[in-house]
Design a binder for this molecule. Structure first.
Ligand code: DX5
Ligand code: ZN
Length: 218
């Protein structure tokens, strides 16, 4: 089985001291850092782009798990690769050429991810499996942290796990992940867990470490 990954989303961090927050959460035991990029078009919120990713790259060597909630994504893939993303995830709904986007990401030497909104069925990835390193199952509608977990996505994780068989693909879940929801997701086949509000609560490194441990143990 794939190794267990906790990927805190800095969407819930203090953006005025985002570098220190990244360093603190990695010191607190984060495996990856999840970077939520939003364009105000694909999702109804705006966050940050390649310059911020590049600036954060100086604070840690941890894997940068970059979740692009932007459409179109293709014109920006090279910029995110250059900025220091290790995994670049595009949404299946973000354009008509998912297969080409994944080819482009692999061509840039990065790991390629595909994300599915809660309303999108898993079969859209079937003919892309040989180009995919990670499937990101959204368990909330993307755009904001702190939303309620959508239960139906546990079954989607189970179906994706069956679909990928023994291919070396991570299954990551994003949205409303907490000690209460993580167990069922792991049982269904997910191995990587994004958490924003459940990690960045309380003040600083000690609190983050306790929050990460609680998710890991659950
Ligand atoms: C939602 C983002 C998530 C979000 C998760 O659009 O993709 O990464 O920050 O936040 P929580 O864990 O609070 O649901
Ligand atoms: Zn995300």
């Amino acid at each position: 089985d794939r190794s267990l990954v906790i990927a805190p989303s800095i969407l819930s961090a203090d953006f005025s001291r985002i570098g220190e927050e990244v360093q603190d959460v990695v010191d607190a035991g984060a495996d990856w850092v999840h970077l939520d990029v939003m364009d105000g078009h694909f999702v109804p919120n705006i966050t940050f782009g390649p310059p911020v990713v590049k600036a954060l790259r100086r604070w840690t060597d941890a894997t940068f798990d970059c979740h692009l909630m932007i459409a179109p994504a293709d014109p920006y893939l090279a910029a995110f690769a250059d900025a220091g993303c290790d995994i670049i995830t595009v949404h299946a709904e973000a354009g008509p050429h998912l297969h080409r986007s994944l080819q482009t990401i692999r061509g840039l030497g990065k790991k390629a991810g595909v994300s599915l909104n809660p309303g999108t069925p898993e079969n859209v990835i079937e003919y892309c499996l040989d180009l995919i390193d990670l499937v990101l199952v959204m368990s909330v509608n993307p755009g904001f942290g702190g939303q309620k977990f959508i239960e139906s996505q546990v079954e989607k994780v189970r179906r994706i796990k069956a679909m990928i068989g023994d291919r070396p693909i991570d299954i990551e879940v994003d949205g409303g992940v907490s000690p209460d929801t993580v167990g069922a997701l792991a049982k269904a086949g997910a191995n990587a867990f994004v958490a924003g509000s459940a990690v960045f609560k309380g003040d600083g490194k000690q609190a983050y470490a306790a929050n990460i441990s609680a998710i890991r143990d659950a």
